[in-house]
Design a protein around this ligand. Structure first.
Ligand SMILES: Cc1cc2nc3c(=O)[nH]c(=O)nc-3n(C[C@H](O)[C@H](O)[C@H](O)COP(=O)(O)OP(=O)(O)OC[C@H]3O[C@@H](n4cnc5c(N)ncnc54)[C@H](O)[C@@H]3O)c2cc1C
Length: 409
């Protein structure tokens, strides 16, 4: 059989899942292109922010990961800017790659709405590793400066504002409130008078998510002292001040924006049907309707369930869609029938500060508190453990090739 060449753009949850399946088939050569040499575990970002883990625990080396699958897999560090569908060629900033099959997994980015002046300039995002690190460092630096200037006794209030009440906004608000509470307990007066505000456009947090999780998350956020400001849209942002609903001003020392996503900038260079978020419209097999050899998976695609319902952009849907896309690519290579996508969400797991989480699995298993925390931890850690293990194989191979790179040399 002819060896086909598959190019995967994006080494996030979707990209690395597809890579694993395609590499295991042994019938194709794979090029994985990502602008960063690591896979960022966004789902663990709250742990990084709250100093629960280090940078190395939330990033997976893509060079080592690709190497672990053997010589048929190549990692290329580049930012893809264009796709020439006619000539089946991907154009990056520094390289070009021909393909027999293309899998787009370039994910999404924070939706800094252009209609909200100042939002991008004055807020922090958490979608990338560099953003999360910058956020963590700057937050701690600001906290330190306040402490230093006020001699440990915080007289003026310090306001942290989080825009957006979806999964990431809620997790970050809860984790920061918990972190501050812990800091206060450990250091008595230092973190007194620090407030966390969560600005949400709807009545409740986690709009569209099942009632049990909404109730549990709200209860926990309030317990942690988070002030939820509902029915509020951020209409403009200046340094330290934001306007809500075009009238009310809110002072903030630190702002995080987690109010939704739009597809990767790559989609603006592709002339195919998209939705309002720039996500690519796909057919039942996750291929682009105009190009049967180009597949799409993860946040960059508008994913729908069998009944046509929109599937939220999560790591879970990214992995599942990538599995379908990769298997359909293999089916085409082998002249077999492709399977229509049937995404089934197995559950939702929400970290709510410290050793507390709310989980809902398979529509009937529900836990909150320490049990929820352990379930979430097991799920997250097992993903992290398995991928680190795979990566370690690549590191070993690299060390064999370059003896001088061995530890201690
Ligand atoms: C704080 C936070 C908490 C979250 N918590 C959860 C959770 O608990 N559970 C859950 O299921 N989901 C959660 N999510 C959502 C989840 O992380 C995303 O849905 C998931 O990352 C999507 O995977 P993906 O592979 O589509 O995209 P990504 O993981 O974003 O990967 C995309 C990759 O493409 C690369 N890329 C982009 N453009 C280009 C280009 N032009 N050229 C080359 N490379 C490119 C990027 O560098 C990146 O590596 C959370 C998200 C955040 C931000």
């Amino acid at each position: 059989m002819k060896r086909h060449r598959v190019v995967i753009v994006g080494g996030g949850y979707a990209g690395v899942k597809a890579l694993k399946i395609l590499a295991a088939s042994g019938i194709c050569d794979i090029v994985l292109i990502d602008q960063h040499p690591y896979h960022f575990l966004q789902t663990d970002a709250y742990e990084l922010i709250a100093n629960e883990c280090s940078m190395t625990m939330v990033s997976i080396d893509l060079v080592a990961l690709c190497l672990s699958y053997g010589e048929q897999v190549l990692y290329v560090k580049d930012t893809v800017r264009e796709i020439d569908f006619e000539n089946m060629h991907v154009v990056g900033e520094n390289s070009g790659h021909s393909f027999d099959y293309l899998l787009l997994c370039a994910g999404s980015r924070t939706a800094y709405h252009s209609s909200v002046p100042g939002l991008r300039e004055h807020s922090h995002g958490v979608k990338t590793l560099s953003n999360s690190l910058a956020f963590k460092q700057q937050f701690e630096q600001r906290l330190y400066e306040k402490m230093e200037s006020e001699g440990g006794w915080r007289t003026e209030s310090f306001n942290i504002v989080i825009g957006g009440g979806g999964l990431s906004g809620v997790e970050i608000a809860a984790e920061m409130a918990f972190y501050i509470r812990q800091f206060h307990l450990d250091n008595t007066l230092t973190c007194d008078n620090i407030h966390v505000f969560l600005i949400i456009p709807h009545e409740n947090v986690l709009d569209g998510i099942e009632e049990y999780l909404v109730q549990q998350a709200t209860k926990r956020l309030l317990q942690l002292g988070v002030k939820i400001i509902n029915h509020s849209r951020i209409t403009s942002v200046e340094e330290h001040t934001m306007t809500l609903n075009e009238k009310e001003s809110v002072y903030f020392d630190f702002m995080i924006f987690a109010g939704g996503i739009v597809a990767s900038t790559l989609t603006s260079a592709i002339d195919v049907p998209k939705n309002k978020k720039g996500q690519l419209i796909v057919d039942d097999y996750l291929a682009l309707p105009s190009c049967e050899k180009v597949f799409v998976a993860g946040d960059i695609a508008e994913l729908r369930g069998k009944k046509g319902n929109l599937i939220p952009p999560t790591a879970q849907s990214a992995e599942q869609s990538a599995e379908y896309a990769a298997k359909n690519i293999l089916a085409l290579m082998k002249n077999e029938t492709m399977s229509p996508v049937d995404l089934r969400m197995r559950g939702t797991l929400i970290a709510l500060g410290g050793k507390y989480a709310s989980v809902s699995l398979l529509g009937w298993i529900r836990f909150s508190g320490l049990v929820g925390y352990w379930i979430k931890t097991i799920v997250m850690r097992s993903y992290r453990f398995r991928i680190h293990l795979q990566c370690a194989k690549g590191v070993q191979l690299l060390q064999k090739k370059k003896p001088s790179c061995r530890k201690g040399f």
